[in-house]
Write a protein that binds this ligand. Sequence first.
Ligand SMILES: Nc1ncnc2c1ncn2[C@@H]1O[C@H](COP(=O)(O)OP(=O)(O)O)[C@@H](O)[C@H]1O
Ligand SMILES: [Mg+2]
Length: 303
Amino acid sequence: MILSTTLCCSLPIIFASLYMLAITPTSYAAPSIFPPQNHTTPSSSDHEFSIAHYSPRILTRASLNIKNQAYYRKWMIDFYPLKVTAEDKKSYFQDGTFDEDLGQNLVDDWDNSANRGGYNAGVYTFTGPNRTYLGGHPPDELVVKVLRQNQPDKWAYGEVMALKLAGLYVASGRKSKNSIFAKFKKNRKSRPAIIMKKVRGMSLLKTTAWRKAGPAMKISLKNAVKEIIKVQVVDFAVQHGILYNDFHTGNVFVDLRRDGTVREAKLIDYGYPGMISIQSELTNRGKLEKYFERRWAKLWART
Ligand SMILES: Nc1ncnc2c1ncn2[C@@H]1O[C@H](COP(=O)(O)OP(=O)(O)O)[C@@H](O)[C@H]1O
Ligand SMILES: [Mg+2]
């Protein structure tokens, strides 16, 4: 009797737990422990193998629907781009394979942690020769971002198109996939790869000035960065009808002076899901600034 009562009571719990297990998506990598001084920089192939422990984000129907996002506002149309034309398809990802041109991988666990991105399969220094498709940009001032998709999809086109509007785009092509057997295969699979201008600096949270700063200094550093980024976000929204929405601490690069003051702050990462098409009549800077402040408070809350 006792046994059957126990079973009756625990069965729903067992089933509920099994159900939870079944619907819970593969867990994301936990953010690495800060400060991140001890990261080794893996070589290109090492990193790609290591992706196994950064589970790819699962694009569910719910996550694709902008109206389900906590930040949604009526003036947001949808994630950028709204469409990709045949012309766009002819213009991008046509510059060949960059396999031989990749140097050091610039991405570490901190950059790739669940709340700071992780849509890339490595971002590398460009070590190749000065090819024509680089359009005269010095190769050592470029980086190559390899995307995770097998084919350039809507989001991949969106990323190169937004980078172009931001003045960071240089070229785009492919990078062969690394796998233990890939090298022996005839038709090696590849991923979309983007060559872009290298943005100087690093995340504010990685700078020595930040680590040494007391609470008052941290607030002043954050405010200085915020004012610069606000102008960039609002200008971009007004000029192109695209809201850069993912300005979390990992996507804002800062360049500090010796005395710790901010020389420059710049957005990196123009990829999904951070870019949103907004209604073209929304050129009201005040409204955009108000939204920016709220979003910033949320994204930088834990700093
Ligand atoms: N243009 C760039 N200049 C310098 N470093 C970059 C640039 N783009 C990306 N990175 C480096 O690569 C990391 C991951 O790139 P990001 O575009 O943010 O990828 P994800 O879409 O996966 O978030 C960044 O945190 C940064 O360290
Ligand atoms: Mg990012």
